[in-house]
Design a binder for this molecule. Structure first.
Ligand code: DX5
Ligand code: ZN
Length: 233
């Protein structure tokens, strides 16, 4: 079993752009098998959507559940905390085995201390911003983050439509910090994968598109990879 620093080294070494499946739409009666299937399909990390029923109008899962998945897989866990008070539960998410921890600027308008606490705990720290939130909200903190997550839907549910106008924020962040990891989350599929990469995205969170009825997740990932490759020619 890998330790956190090994999982983060593995994540750093992963080729970019990187597609990280969100398991929000997987079969929760057999998550272990779904994680194995993603690994066989060639995924290198997974995105974990945590929803508190307050910051977003939906509930998902929390630290005790993630802790049970941790020994089941060596995937780096990319946690997306859609929560009103992420600091209150931070230690629990670190202990549960999350590796990259993202929280929302709308929930924590002065995020410096929490970002530093996350980094001190050995995890990577990231800030997310919703589609209506201006870029200026996160710009002062670019030196404190390992990643910015640009939401391309209002968070809370999988399967919503991609909002292309958020790509202006991606381009501006890319210009301000050429080496920073920029993730996008919401409505990503082959039809828009090349466009988001061209704007500067290096991590594509993909939920509903991955979870096909036939279980052929390798085909979903291959279609996304092919769309990104074609966009680069
Ligand atoms: C949205 C979540 C996403 C979501 C993505 O609230 O943060 O990670 O699961 O799902 P799709 O790709 O279906 O938009
Ligand atoms: Zn997410």
């Amino acid at each position: 079993m890998k330790e956190r620093n090994q999982r983060l080294d593995f994540l750093d070494a992963a080729p970019r752009p990187l597609v990280t499946p969100s398991i929000l739409d997987c079969d929760f009666s057999r998550v272990g098998e779904e994680l194995d299937a993603l690994e066989r399909a060639g995924a290198l990390a997974v995105h974990l959507d945590v929803m508190d029923g307050h910051f977003v109008p939906n509930l998902s899962y929390g630290p005790p559940v993630i802790a049970d998945w941790r020994p089941r897989t060596d995937f780096p866990f990319d946690a997306h905390l859609m929560m009103s008070d992420p600091g209150r539960y931070l230690e629990a998410f670190v202990k549960a085995g999350c590796d990259v921890i993202t929280f929302h600027i709308e929930a924590v308008p002065d995020p410096t201390e929490l970002l530093r606490t996350i980094r001190r705990s050995g995890c990577r720290a990231a800030l997310a911003l919703n589609p209506p939130t201006a870029l200026e909200a996160v710009l002062p903190y670019l030196a404190e983050v390992d990643k910015i997550l640009v939401m391309s839907v209002m968070p809370g549910f999988g399967g919503q439509s991609f909002e292309a106008n958020v790509l202006d924020k991606v381009r501006a962040i890319r210009a301000a910090r050429p080496g920073l990891v920029i993730a996008i989350d919401g409505g990503i599929k082959p039809a828009n994968a090349a466009e988001v990469v061209a704007a500067g995205v290096t991590q594509l969170v993909v939920g509903s598109y991955v979870w096909r009825e036939d279980g052929n997740y390798a085909a979903s990932l291959a279609e996304l990879a092919e769309a990104i490759r074609r966009g680069r020619i």
